[in-house]
Design a protein around this ligand. Structure first.
Ligand code: DC
Length: 212
């Protein structure tokens, strides 16, 4: 069984995917972390994230990098968005994601192209979204709360601009752009808190799978 969870940056899809996986006892993969690891590795290699060859070379990152907290920083998110436009990078990460999706016991994957490219036959496809303002506000709150790095002083207006840029890059890239699969359930969480959003999504998944 495969559950695909796609959506734009800071839509809450990661938290929702993780909780859905826990609820059903399935494995979970945050595929954004793979792109973040590539972005980080480009920086470590002192390469150019916009250069397809530098980006491809960085796909050879060591597994331990996936555990590094720096992957969750705003800066690495920006690098990830840049390396993710290169088709060779997407191809290099594709098999890893498909193998994860096919594991016995089932898997929940979250990202941008899970329902469209990685697992087009997923049992349930969700597209989680929220307004730009609300996503920027959530990201800002998260940064202040967690003090992920030394960027917590960034004003909300800057985060909002970054969200808009990130959306534009993810939506407009030629290869596997961010979009809802035709058969995805589109869930807008703008006016819901985390708990209410999760409850709503869980209901949708249960109905789709016809389970209690
Ligand atoms: O979900 P995230 O913010 O961690 O993702 C970081 C970037 O990685 C995002 O801007 C685009 C890219 N990405 C992608 O292209 N495809 C995915 N399945 C997941 C992430």
């Amino acid at each position: 069984m495969i559950i695909a969870v796609d959506g734009p940056t800071a839509s809450g899809k990661g938290t929702i995917a993780k909780r859905i996986a826990e609820h059903f006892g399935m494995a979970h993969l945050d595929t954004g972390l793979l792109y973040r690891a590539v972005g980080r590795q480009v920086a470590l290699n002192e390469g150019d994230p916009d250069d397809p060859q530098d980006a491809l070379a960085a796909c050879d990152f060591p597994d331990e990098l996936m555990q590094d907290d720096i992957l969750r920083s705003e800066e690495t998110g920006g690098l990830a968005s840049r390396v993710s436009v290169h088709p060779d990078v997407r191809q290099a990460l594709l098999e890893r994601q498909r193998a994860f999706a096919q594991q016995p016991g089932g898997a929940v994957l979250d990202g941008r192209d899970i329902g469209t490219v990685i697992a087009p036959d997923a049992n349930v496809k969700l597209f989680i979204t929220a307004s730009v303002q609300e996503r920027a506000r959530r990201r800002w709150l998260e940064m202040v709360e967690k003090q992920i790095d030394d960027e917590e002083e960034i004003p909300l207006s800057e985060i909002e601009k970054d969200v808009v840029n990130r959306d534009a890059r993810d939506i407009n890239r030629k290869d596997a752009p961010l979009k809802a699969a035709k058969d995805a359930f589109i869930i807008d969480t703008t006016s819901f808190d985390r708990e209410a959003a999760f409850d709503m999504v869980l209901d949708v998944v249960k109905q789709a799978l016809e389970v209690d």
